[in-house]
Design a protein around this ligand. Structure first.
Ligand code: RIB
Length: 334
């Protein structure tokens, strides 16, 4: 006859819930209790039946994570932080890449609903509040990563991107730049529009400074390179003397274009600052100044909140907002 969780609980002198916690969230249980329960599991030869447990619990042992762009190291760092925290709770991460496309984002949410994921983390492309409400009605909690919830109806873990935009442009102005170009897009991505809002508010404090927007179709190296070539194609007097790129991939593309043509020197002729501080930023041919986000911490914190909301659906949503950090390197004239 197979050993059940109840047998383990009786042998260890604890409740069934405690046995479950020891198996799923061991760091929430005292070490003495963990040892007692583990000893009972060993003595009875209890084997966890994942499929049956998942069916009984009506919930998978995996968390779905939908990111905007798997080619962006910011998101892989975020996923690493989420995975490290999830594995401590005995959970896995299933990664979906929306590629900044609403239809792909929707198909992953459908898949995670069908699979009755333990919960869903998502960096949304558009406003998906109604879609996440349907997930929650099915008992699947969701936490937004990398941006706040439009109406605070879901928990979120993000960085204050408006403050990040202010930091970037204040630094360019302090470095003596006066004709700044914001390069990034599409503008419907909230992270882009928030950074631009910060840039505008910084420039508003300096009448002598101008800000132009060069919108891109995606936050990619290719789009950054196209923007860089566009700047080079202008008469010298029409060119900006600084670029604030909406993220480091855009900045790398701009730098590549300027470097390949050799017509403009970074930072002497044009300063360049990115956003995210991915590993490649410091390794760029001209080490890139950037606005650092605690990407792994964002992922781990989001999992922490998701686990708490999965255990107690009545918990009120929380908006965790980290502050960005300015990292100065050669591309803005360290
Ligand atoms: O992909 C969108 C951008 O927003 C990423 O580069 C990262 O900065 C995220 O916050």
């Amino acid at each position: 006859m197979s050993v059940s969780v109840k047998d383990v609980a009786a042998r260890a002198g604890v409740s069934v819930g405690t046995v479950s916690n020891v198996m799923n969230w061991p760091d929430k249980v005292s070490s003495a209790t963990v040892e007692r329960v583990q000893r009972a599991i060993d003595e009875l030869g209890f084997v966890r039946n994942d499929a049956a447990r998942q069916l009984r619990a009506g919930r998978s042992h995996a968390i779905g994570l939908v990111i905007l762009d798997i080619g962006n190291p910011f998101f892989t760092d975020l996923a690493r932080g989420a995975e490290d925290r999830a594995s401590k709770a005995g959970l896995s991460i299933i990664l979906g890449n929306s590629d900044e496309r609403a239809e792909r984002e929707s198909s992953y949410l459908d898949l995670f609903e069908e699979q009755r994921m333990h919960g869903v983390l998502i960096s949304p492309f558009g406003d998906i509040t109604a879609r996440l409400r349907r997930l929650r009605e099915r008992g699947i909690p969701a936490v937004l990563v990398d941006r706040t919830s439009a109406d605070a109806s879901f928990s979120s873990v993000s960085v204050d991107d408006v403050a990040g935009g202010v930091l970037a442009v204040d630094h360019l102005i302090d470095s003596g730049r006066r004709r700044i170009a914001f390069v990034g897009g599409p503008s419907e991505i909230r992270q882009v529009s928030d950074r631009l809002e910060g840039a505008r508010s910084a420039v508003a404090q300096h009448p002598e400074v101008t800000l132009e927007v060069i919108e891109t179709r995606a936050l990619s190296v290719i789009e950054g390179r196209a923007a860089g070539n566009g700047i080079l194609a202008r008469p010298p007097a029409d060119r900006p003397d600084a670029v604030f790129a909406a993220n480091d991939l855009i900045a790398m593309g701009v730098l590549q274009a300027l470097n390949m043509q050799g017509a403009l020197h970074v930072p002497r002729d044009i300063a360049l600052i990115g956003y995210d501080d991915i590993d490649f930023a410091s390794a760029a041919v001209v080490p890139l100044s950037s606005i650092r986000q605690p990407s792994a911490m964002i992922g781990a914190t989001a999992v922490e909140i998701l686990l708490e909301e999965a255990a107690d659906p009545q918990l009120a949503p929380r908006q965790i907002v980290f502050q960005p950090e300015l990292v100065v390197r050669e591309s803005t004239g360290r």
